[in-house]
Design a protein around this ligand. Structure first.
Ligand code: DGJ
Length: 731
């Protein structure tokens, strides 16, 4: 017991003399202190501090900490209603209607492990983790609310998970804004820059780097369930961010509802980042005794640039965000019916597709949209999760039997949260749509959204999905969501609670997903939202992989997967080889290129193999076999982004085994080089400099040092749309 307590104290150290809390990561420190007025303030978040540094910093800080102008201070979680008018972390309305809050420290607790927010997904602590949690309890001056701030440090990964819980102690109050984490950065030698991931449908997660100038920048999601236009992630650097050097701080929300990460640069040059539920169209009533839990936010610090930050985040996301038996397994190579057959198929077509896929090396057949109700196009039947016997006369059970007989796993597509106005479900339960009586709302893709805040809706969906999972013996589900939340209203909630709906929608969705995950842990669930529209850490708690985009063009996918890799590990990304010309872009890239782009994530196939030439079929079969040799490395290895596709004529990335015993390198060059130019060598990273690596494809052996100095000349052949995959094995 004593040893255990000592270990926790080694991770989070409270110094009563200086009122500091030192959260000690292996290579980072987060240092908090209580001001004379008991306001938690941030002294440092960055490189690891020694004990002497901490005392020195605390002494220096104390000379300024009592400044009555709060706006000058680095506050760790600022509430609204005082002389700090930067964007607050907390904005409350009190029982008397006032919005003035003054939270001060009451007590704290340091414990091993962590808790998770009520009703929301939370990150895991695994046996052997040294994770420890600091809980600071604050109370408002009028003692109407109590605020708990949680800081869980995973020291081995330099990851800090923060969240907040507010409890109404007296009367009825209202939350106008509650953030999960707030960080005040000091004035730096160079201006702060942000890295965000904006985009749109079919071009998700395009990397955007921008200097943060004076004022407020909001990265946010307002669409309630689809965030193609921005991912809930933001990184910050001092000066333009570099891939392999310099300090980087990042924020990623474990949340899939309306979210906000705002960056406010004060006239002084200080920077505040707030991350949490979006205050846009949000208001939450709190009656006496009620609590509200904000979602978790994952904070990462790395001193080695964006690359080091991503590698820390990848370790964390694949091991402490994703969960269940599939977390630690190689993912099956799947063949999805969508781009090959769309809505037009019959039982025998799917069996034939599966047989072709099996011959090529596929391991799982996924029947996408169109198997239920009377769905011959996207205008009908969502909600009627019963097989269409016109197409599947032997039922899903019969189809599943035939697919399994081929030695393949079998999966189905669902879009549980949506409903077509033209469906049996909607005719029977018109009130189950997320709309108010008298305000029918607009449709998108001819569909409405179900009111996931209603328990009876979730119970119905649980029963329907359970029935199909058990009846057909499903191994896999693709969980799609194709409509943003608009015109939010629900007759299930009173007038004063309508602005709670976007959050209640995602709470309900999480509840349903959690129930299904716990009942059917062996079913692999792949998330999707019109492509990668809500590919975030919240979803990854229920769905260990996600369809990254409806854009399967290999060149565009390099950009989309590159952007996602800032915070999402390769094993969470669905990447398929599709047919040519590409259905969205019309571009015809060679099989070799399409295959290698898919091989650097969870490879799947999304075409009808019977339409392929013999040569393409052979190449595809070879690619699948090669992928199976490297997929464990892709799942567990460290990603090094080598040449940026957003910046140059060529892009390259590698995945290196943790023990540096092997690596795989991917190179993509969209356009042929100008004649007469010497081929450009590639500088690798992350290898053991002293080891020799054999490059079987090139029949060469080089030392890690030479490869990292730029000795590798990948063979890209001639022509446009060139690509190469090179394997390195330590001798
Ligand atoms: C959108 C998804 O992103 C596609 O992959 C496909 O499943 C369609 N929905 C089906 O309607």
């Amino acid at each position: 017991m004593v040893g255990f307590l000592r270990e926790v104290a080694l991770v989070i150290e409270f110094d009563p003399e200086h009122s500091t809390f030192h959260l000690k990561g292996n290579s980072s420190s987060y240092l908090l202190a209580l001001s004379p007025s008991r306001d938690p303030q941030l002294l440092h978040w960055g490189a690891a501090l020694g004990d002497g540094d901490v005392v020195q910093l605390a002494r220096l800080w104390r000379t300024k900490a009592g400044d009555p102008l709060l706006e000058k201070l680095r506050r760790d979680y600022a509430s609204f209603g005082n002389n700090d008018l930067r964007s607050p972390a907390l904005h409350l309305e009190h029982p008397d209607g006032s919005r003035i809050s003054a939270f001060t420290y009451l007590e704290h607790e340091i414990t091993a492990g962590k808790s998770v927010p009520h009703g929301l997904p939370g990150t895991l602590v695994e046996p052997g983790d040294k994770a420890a949690t600091l809980r600071l309890r604050l109370v408002d001056g009028l003692r109407a609310q109590q605020l708990d701030l949680y800081y869980t440090l995973y020291p081995e990964m330099d990851i800090l998970v923060r969240r907040a819980v507010i409890k109404q102690m007296k009367g009825t109050g209202c939350i106008q804004k509650i953030m999960s984490a707030s960080v005040d950065f000091p004035v730096a030698a160079r201006p702060y820059w942000s890295v965000s991931l904006p985009g749109d449908w079919a071009r998700e997660r395009m990397v955007q780097k921008a200097e943060l100038k004076q004022g407020l920048v909001r990265a946010e999601g307002r669409r309630g369930s689809q965030f193609h236009d921005m991912s809930p992630f933001l990184a910050v650097s001092q000066g333009p961010p570099a891939e392999d050097s310099g300090p980087v701080w990042s924020f990623a929300l474990v949340y899939s509802g309306n979210w906000l990460i705002e960056a406010e640069t004060h006239p002084s040059g200080r920077l505040r980042i707030n991350a949490g539920i979006n205050d846009f169209d949000f208001k939450w009533r709190l009656d006496e005794g009620e609590s509200f839990d904000a979602p978790e936010c994952v904070l990462a610090f790395a001193s080695g640039g964006l690359g080091a930050m991503s590698r820390n985040l990848h370790d964390f996301v694949r091991g402490r965000v994703c969960r269940g038996p599939w977390r630690d397994r190689d993912r099956p190579v799947l063949l999805n019916s969508w781009e090959g057959l769309h809505f037009g198929f019959k039982h025998e077509d799917i069996v034939a597709l599966a047989a072709e896929g099996k011959a090529l090396g596929a391991e799982l057949l996924v029947l996408d949209d169109g198997w239920f109700g009377k769905r011959d196009d996207d205008r009908t039947s969502l909600g009627d999760w019963v097989e269409d016997v016109r197409k599947l006369p032997q039922g899903i059970r019969g189809l599943s039997r035939d697919i399994h007989a081929l030695g393949l796993k079998f999966g189905l597509w669902f879009e549980p949260e949506s409903v077509s106005p033209d469906s049996e479900l909607f005719r029977k339960h018109p009130g189950w749509g997320l709309t108010l009586a008298g305000r029918p709302g607009s449709t998108h893709r001819t569909q409405h959204v179900l009111d996931m805040s209603r328990a009876e809706v979730r119970d119905h969906l649980f029963e329907r999905l359970s029935h199909t999972i058990e009846d057909a013996g499903l191994d896999y589900i693709k969980w799609d969501m194709n409509r943003p939340l608009w015109e939010l209203g629900s007759d299930a909630w009173p007038a004063g609670r309508q602005s709670e709906l976007s959050h209640r929608f995602i709470l309900g969705t999480y509840e349903l997903m959690g129930r299904l995950r716990d009942r059917y842990p062996e079913v692999l669930v792949e998330g999707c939202a019109g492509g990668g529209g809500r590919f975030d850490l919240g979803m990854l708690c229920y769905q260990p992989q996600f369809w990254a985009s409806d854009n399967t063009d290999a060149l565009d996918r390099v950009l989309i997967q590159w952007g996602g890799s800032l915070f999402l590990p390769a094993v969470s990304v669905g990447a398929h080889i599709s047919g040519i010309p590409n259905q969205l872009t019309g571009r015809s890239t060679p099989m070799r290129l399409r295959a290698l782009v898919a091989m650097s994530a969870n490879l799947g196939i999304e075409l009808d193999p019977s339409t392929l030439s013999r040569q393409d079929k052979n190449e595809l079969a070879t690619a699948l076999a090669r992928y199976k040799e490297i997929r464990r490395l892709v799942r567990l290895g460290d990603l090094y982004r080598l040449e940026d596709p957003f910046a140059g004529p060529r892009s390259a990335w590698s995945i290196v085994a943790k023990d540096k015993s092997e690596a795989v390198v991917f190179v993509v060059q969209p356009l042929a080089s100008l004649p007469g130019l010497d081929p450009r060598p590639l500088r690798l990273a992350g290898l053991d400099p002293a080891a020799d690596y054999r490059i079987s494809d090139l029949d060469q052996t080089w030392s890690g040092a030479a490869l990292m100095a730029g000795c590798l000349l990948p063979d890209l052949g001639k022509g446009d749309y060139a690509g190469a995959m090179v394997r390195l094995i330590r001798r």
